[in-house]
Ligand binder design. Structure first.
Ligand SMILES: Cc1cc2nc3c(=O)[nH]c(=O)nc-3n(C[C@H](O)[C@H](O)[C@H](O)COP(=O)(O)OP(=O)(O)OC[C@H]3O[C@@H](n4cnc5c(N)ncnc54)[C@H](O)[C@@H]3O)c2cc1C
Length: 297
């Protein structure tokens, strides 16, 4: 959070981090003890929540309340107002400060002791340092460079409903349906599913159908005849220990890495950037990066 606050203040985009609060909801009254148990476990980790029901729940989330039995409320939770708009703001700030954005598929990296040559299908660029941050595709770029990382593509699906007919005040997670809904600049986004399918398999229609079923189960208004949703599937870059790689190459110090942020790449992007920039500047990182070593597997 602190890293995102610093980053957004720096590019004059602080309003993109919104204290939306988060409600983890249950529809079955028989699961009240699940919520209590989860709240106790969270408290042991230093995270305070409030168990909400009835009138309090209806006040927090009026449109959803009739479907719900109870919820855990995280009042301090934040969300990004819209991830795509955030990318655009970051790219604009980077370019305004003299950065060049070149969109070409990288085919090969050729590092030596003092530089890295990045070969795309069109050009070759030589840099004093380069960072591999290509998500689930990162290990394709490491082939032949002497490091082996067991990175998997953990596929997830989302639907974005461009609708005014549903009002969401908080980010909503359904403990029973295992999906999350949030109000973004682009509409109501419903996300969920985790699936191993590699990097080339097309999205499966049943993934979108399942999300739609659960979104409409929570919000019947989303079943309206005029309500349409955009579909997306993407790979989360996941390692067996759920930690990222943030490191430099053991033999080629000009080549650095930051990938493998699994389900938390948006949450952890700003702090990861701070850590990798410290490595690039040969300054001690703010937190120990030993657990994120590239050669730990
Ligand atoms: C459905 C879903 C919901 C999610 N929700 C959240 C959430 O709420 N909060 C959260 O923190 N995280 C969330 N995540 C996880 C998050 O999206 C990822 O952790 C994050 O995108 C990883 O960021 P990245 O930059 O490492 O990789 P990516 O976002 O995958 O970006 C990698 C980029 O590299 C490019 N690339 C790859 N290979 C090459 C090449 N050879 N040459 C040039 N470019 C290349 C790709 O085109 C891509 O643009 C979600 C993921 C999914 C699938």
């Amino acid at each position: 959070m602190e890293a995102w606050q610093q980053c957004l203040a720096d590019i004059d985009a602080s309003e993109m981090l919104v204290q939306s609060g988060y409600l983890l909801v249950w529809e079955s009254a028989s699961k009240l003890d699940d919520a209590r148990g989860h709240a106790d476990w969270l408290q042991e980790q230093g995270i305070e929540t409030e168990l909400v029901q009835g009138a309090r729940l209806a006040m927090l989330e009026p449109e959803l309340a009739p479907q719900l039995s109870h919820a855990l409320y995280f009042p301090d939770a934040c969300q990004i107002s819209d991830p795509f708009q955030l990318c655009q703001r970051l790219a604009a700030a980077f370019q305004a400060r003299g950065g060049r954005f070149i969109q070409q598929p990288v085919e090969r990296l050729e590092p030596d002791q003092h530089s890295v040559t990045v070969h795309s299908n069109i050009d070759a660029f030589c840099f004093d340092q380069a960072v591999v941050c290509a998500g689930a595709w990162s290990t394709e770029l490491l082939q032949g460079l002497g490091v082996k990382v067991p990175l998997e593509a953990e596929r997830g699906y989302h639907l974005t409903y461009a609708t005014e007919s549903v009002q969401l005040n908080h980010t909503i997670g359904s403990a029973e349906r295992r999906m999350v809904m949030s109000a973004l600049g682009s509409g109501i986004r419903v996300v969920g599913m985790t699936e191993f399918g590699g990097l080339t398999l097309a999205p499966l229609a049943r993934g979108f159908r399942a999300l739609q079923h659960h979104a409409q189960g929570l919000f019947p208004a989303l079943a309206g005849p005029d309500v349409t949703a955009k579909q997306w599937m993407g790979p989360r870059p996941t390692l067996p220990d759920s930690l990222p790689v943030i490191d430099r190459h053991p033999q080629y110090p000009s080549l650095l890495f930051t990938f493998g942020h699994q389900h938390l790449g948006l949450t952890q992007a700003a702090v990861s950037a701070q850590l990798v920039v410290s490595l690039m500047r040969h300054k001690p990182p703010a937190i120990d990066t030993q657990p994120f070593r590239v050669d730990r597997f």
